[in-house]
Design a protein around this ligand. Sequence first.
Ligand code: PSV
Ligand code: MN
Length: 455
Amino acid sequence: MAPLYSQYNIFVEVQHGQSHQTVVNYCYTTPLKDNSRRNQDAMSHKAAYELLVETLTAQRVDVEAVKVALKRQQIETPSWGYANSGTRFKAFPWPGAATTTRQKLDDAAMVNRLTGIAGSVAVHIPWDKPEDNDYVAMCQYAEGQGIRIGAVNPNVFQDEEYRLGSLGNPDPGVQEQALDHLLECCDIMTKVKSNALSLWFADGANYAGQDSLRGRKQRFERHLATVYQHLPAGGRMLLEYKFFEPAFYSTDIPDWGVAYAWSLKLGPQAQVLVDLGHHAQGVNIEQIVAFLLDEGRLGGFHFNNRKYADDDLIVGTTNPYELFLIYNELTEGEKSTDETVRTCAHNVAYMIDQSHNIEGKMEAMILSVLNCQEAYAKALLVPRRQLAEAQAAGDVLGAHRLLTETYKTDVRPLLAQVREEMGAPADPIAAYRASGYEEKIAKERGKAATSGGYQ
Ligand code: PSV
Ligand code: MN
């Protein structure tokens, strides 16, 4: 097998003659002999790591504590992210993309081996329904690959009966059908040892007057209460909101306010799930995160990235700064003196929800996990005490700068070191490319037939 390790290169920033009155760090600001402004000499990540530790330690960062937190981080990958997906115009098949649940589990296990922090996989039922209906065996198969089954996602949007919605449908028979499936998923949770029922509904209306808005609300509230009663012991219900699509006039759970209000009505096991693609342009997601954390009702994330709508692009590719700001709130929550907030922050389910339409599925997933890891690492370095002081003193730009300068820290050598200490490759993407896995699955699985587009 090809070596799993690749050399790590960093850039050395030279800042001659500049004073560093830093409460924040300028990474690798080491003067070089040749006086060049930007020297691209390669340095092993070990040397870069040691330099970073020195810099951070001088800023009174407890690097060991940061490493412990990074080793505990977990990102759940979605089974559906390993399969072919597409837009309404076309789904382009990718050689080797998974078509069976076992293949999806194999792929998720590979992503976990390469990153060390993707130990669970979310399933979507019936997309992941085993042919023999043996969910226990499915769970054992996952465990045999070194991963767990995470959130169970019911699917009440694909059957023909759901044209006018599921729980919100005006037809009581269709409501019943959706409810049965949701209750079946509660049973599946026990079989696959999952503690999260992750709910998203495509329900809504396309035209004013199409249905009673209050009527739909009441149907939802009634049926969700029944589902809540069926949660297995210790199980959580995560309520995902989305402001539009596929319904374009009204959506039954359009925003976090509705999801929050319903979670309060349902009980403590119900919490809100934030999908980064489910907000209007410009919405301050980190503020939503802060609010829900403070109320102890932030249940989980569906990470992805958007530019225009629910684009489902790789998390951290379009707006890495937003991802950092979200992690900043979460990290602050993890350290809070308020027990509700701390407990909530430590129990957040970090999940990816993406479609990889024009790119390979495996590399996309590895990159997604790494982008979350990088955002978290930076958030862990935020000098909380100084930030609080600057905020209390009304030092607007001082506080802002503490955050932005931390964001600029090059944490890659730290992450390479953490991965190696966890037995993962320093550069998981290079390791994946060198592993032969992509070629192997392409050969074994071939190219699946896809549909998509207007038919
Ligand atoms: C809907 O857009 C969504 O975000 C929900 O989480 C679904 O379960 C997922 O995408 C896959 O369709
Ligand atoms: Mn989602």
